[in-house]
Write a protein that binds this ligand. Structure first.
Ligand SMILES: Nc1ncnc2c1ncn2[C@@H]1O[C@H](COP(=O)(O)OP(=O)(O)OP(=O)(O)O)[C@@H](O)[C@H]1O
Ligand SMILES: [Mg+2]
Length: 464
């Protein structure tokens, strides 16, 4: 069924050298709610097609200068999706056959039967809707498929993914930011495999893992004899990534000297192997990631501002897990399935207490930490459901500490100082118990000196 607002969006161009015919059609279609434009010759018609968003062209076959069929062929060069309907005089069926063969959408014989015309147009509207729907469906499918390993239960993550799918195809440099374990590498993968470069290599380099000189030859390669130990020419990762993408992980840890070299690559799109005299052109898309505060790095002089601007063309921020708790439950299910498969287990789920604890926890290690917790629990558990005992002890104690803290503060909110003192006493007491009364150990676990610890023990009269 066609709704009126959709009819208005369907633009029809009428091309006919006979004024009366043009006007009649325009008037008739306007009454039926269609938006139309008119041209009296092929040349004008092509100009309109170039400038306007036209969905269908109704053209006469016989016109001075160019036939309707020739016009159709020119139109298709500009926009192959425009539907062209050709009007022919009665008895010229061969023309119709060739026109249809060369891509006309339909034809009508003159004099035009207006009811028939309406049917043809409505079929065109439906057809374009189908094409559009189909395209959207395919897009959605390919998106779901290629992002199938990325969980997004929260609006924040949905936003990230929609940004990622848009940016993937744009071929621009991308800078992915986020705390450790938030999924930066996962997103870098998704960008590459959803880009036009997907069939070429995705090369990953961890800029924090190698000392400066090694990293340089890792990235750009070296010539034989470039330095002691360079017994053979080596192809660098940039060259390997040619026509594909390079993922520069932990870019914030790159030395200033290498930053300068990388900047040159970004500007010139050329690399120079260590020890080489000439440069090589490379066509590489750069996807960089860091958990460092680059803006602070710029202020402190440890990160080049010009490189920052070159990299930060499209920034993608991955929020920490504690700021998108809606993702937690879906991630639990996702990892449960993943590790059931990997460990050949059949764990059915987590108990309510576990779910609550996992929901409350703050995840300094973000998604990776949750993943590790789930993996460990699935390996350890002897039951169908993961219980509190399958969670790491530090997680439970971290949560208890928070409850404890809140308990003190909650007990008498009017006196913050008393609460803090009581909490401090409790923590010292516990640290001493956990270290079997060994003060050196207790002091270390609390991050204070032994002298301060002794003073506080006395102050709170602990152990008396
Ligand atoms: N949204 C998500 N859905 C599913 N798995 C995720 C998601 N985010 C992260 N992970 C998983 O969490 C783990 C850590 O992710 P990743 O290595 O991409 O993080 P990172 O930000 O690069 O961390 P680091 O800064 O420590 O290098 C990976 O196993 C990854 O597959
Ligand atoms: Mg990483």
């Amino acid at each position: 069924m066609i709704f009126s607002h959709e009819i208005y969006m369907f633009n029809i161009l009428i091309v006919d050298d006979e004024k009366n015919q043009r006007e009649m059609l325009k008037g008739f279609l306007a009454k039926k709610g269609y938006h139309t434009l008119v041209s009296s010759n092929a040349k004008d018609a092509l100009a309109v097609v170039r400038e306007e968003q036209i969905d269908m062209v109704l053209t006469d076959y016989q016109m001075p200068g160019m036939t309707g069929q020739e016009l159709m062929q020119e139109i298709k060069k500009i926009n192959p999706f425009i539907l062209v309907v050709i009007f022919t005089a009665y008895g010229t069926i061969e023309r119709v056959v060739t026109a249809m063969k060369s891509g006309a959408y339909d034809y009508l014989t003159k004099p035009i039967d207006l009811d028939e015309l309406l049917i043809v147009i409505q079929r065109g509207v439906d057809y374009l809707h189908l094409v559009e729907e189909n395209r959207e469906l395919r897009d959605a499918l390919s998106q779901r498929y290629s992002f199938k390993n990325i969980i997004s239960g929260s609006g924040k993550m949905e936003e990230v993914l929609s940004m990622v799918s848009r940016v993937a195809r744009a071929d621009t440099t991308v800078l992915i930011r986020g705390e450790s374990g938030t999924g930066k590498e996962l997103i870098a993968h998704a960008i590459h495999f959803n880009s036009l470069r997907a069939k070429c290599s995705f090369i990953k380099v961890n800029c924090a893992a190698l000392p400066e000189n090694l990293l340089e030859s890792e990235l750009f390669g070296h010539e034989k004899g470039a330095f002691t130990g360079a017994i053979q020419r080596r192809i660098g990762r940039f060259e390997e990534a040619d026509r594909g993408s390079i993922f520069l992980d932990e870019i914030g840890d790159m030395s200033l000297a290498l930053q300068a070299k990388l900047l040159r690559v970004l500007q010139e799109k050329e690399i120079q192997r260590v020890g080489a005299n000439s440069s090589l052109r490379v066509d590489v898309r750069i996807i960089a990631a860091t958990n460092k505060d680059l803006e602070q790095g710029i202020k402190e002089g440890s990160f080049r501002q010009d490189l920052y601007y070159r990299l930060n063309v499209v920034p993608v921020f991955l929020p920490p897990l504690r700021e998108r708790k809606e993702d937690i439950l879906q991630l639990i299910d996702f990892f449960q399935e993943k590790y059931n498969r990997q460990c050949q287990k059949q764990v059915k789920g987590v108990t309510k207490e576990v779910r609550d604890q996992l929901f409350k926890y703050s995840y300094p290690g973000n998604v990776r930490e949750l993943e590790n917790i789930m993996e460990r629990a699935i390996v350890l558990t002897r039951h169908e459901y993961i219980t509190l005992r399958d969670l790491p002890p530090n997680l439970i104690s971290d949560l208890q500490e928070k409850d404890l803290a809140l308990g003190y503060i909650g007990s008498d909110p009017s006196s913050l100082e008393d609460s803090v003192l009581a909490l401090e006493k409790e923590l010292i007491d516990r640290a001493l118990r956990l270290s079997d009364g060994v003060q050196t150990k207790a002091a270390e676990s609390l991050g204070i000196s032994e002298r301060v610890l002794r003073y506080k023990i006395k102050k709170y009269q602990i152990g008396n």
